[in-house]
Design a protein around this ligand. Sequence first.
Ligand SMILES: Nc1ncnc2c1ncn2[C@@H]1O[C@H](COP(=O)(O)OP(=O)(O)O)[C@@H](O)[C@H]1O
Ligand SMILES: [Mg+2]
Length: 360
Amino acid sequence: MSSAQPALEVESIRKMYTEHDGVREVSLQLAQGEFLTLLGPSGSGKTTALMAVAGLTDLDSGSIRVSGKDVTKLPPSQRDLGVTFQNYALFPHLSVRENLAFPLKTQKKVKGRALSQKVDSMLDLIGLGHAAERRPKELSGGQQQRVALGRALIYEPDLLLMDEPLGALDRNLREQMQREIKRIQRELKATVLYVTHDRDEAMSMSDQVCIMNAGRIAQIDPPQKIYHEPNSEFVARFLGDANIFGARVKSKNADDYVVELTSGAATGLTSHRTFSEGDDVRIMCRPERTEIVPAGEEGAYVRARIEHISYYGNCFRVNGECLDTGASVIVETQQHSLPEIGATIGLRWAEESAVLLGEG
Ligand SMILES: Nc1ncnc2c1ncn2[C@@H]1O[C@H](COP(=O)(O)OP(=O)(O)O)[C@@H](O)[C@H]1O
Ligand SMILES: [Mg+2]
């Protein structure tokens, strides 16, 4: 197996349960050691896509390769995968040690001393050496989750599939487990296909985030890029608050555009997507990159009335309504002397902070 070989290649898979429900035209690639997360609303097809890779559901069409090998027609046990789900179903009558050993015993490739050594080093890796003889009900939720993770990893699978593995845990424990999973993944250089509906979890853990919408991939990009350069309003809004303004393309020169906002102000920006003169477009700018300036100031792109100000310790969040369109806007700022509620403010942003979105 060469390291240049992708760990996973999913090519145009389709699995529809009904005319509308399922996944279609899903294609993605994971390099060895890469962590890719499928993120999307409930029902967007994340679990179906993961099940297809695991071999737990048959496909209508498309193909799946693991480390270069076509596994499309192979049963789950022959795909060299580790899988963990939200309901981690440990064997209640077996100790932690026995739970970890179970997959190796069924696989029968490793036996005797080699088997117990493997179990010991996995106990170390998941930090449960002291609890090896306990049963699952004598462990905390986070510890049980670590056993489930260890059980999936003990085969040393080429690829680890995880579907909302932290879904049952409370916030603090989730964040701790996110760091644990990342630590173990880095240590083992494991390739991970992860599923969550929690955007912070996806953003903080992944090399690549794949946003799913209604059974299709909306965008795949690294976290920072997908956050600041979404390719659609759906992606922009799914990842956080977004200010979106109507505009029209006035002129273009290669990738450099001049657009006129509904407010009448003009602004320049660069886009690698292709639009034509006269196209209706939208401009998106994140709240923390939108600046408040005096309403009358030349260079204010939009004017808005302040409706609400809330203090968050590290910043203020200012909610407002656009004077010309009534659209809501939100600014996150560390500026302390803010105008009062009801005051009219101007908004602007650096050219490189805004992206052009098409219609729809
Ligand atoms: N076995 C099934 N039979 C029929 N419809 C299903 C089945 N499994 C999932 N679905 C439907 O397919 C869509 C995608 O489901 P799923 O992949 O579970 O989404 P997600 O994991 O993103 O919440 C949903 O509308 C769901 O109701
Ligand atoms: Mg799901």
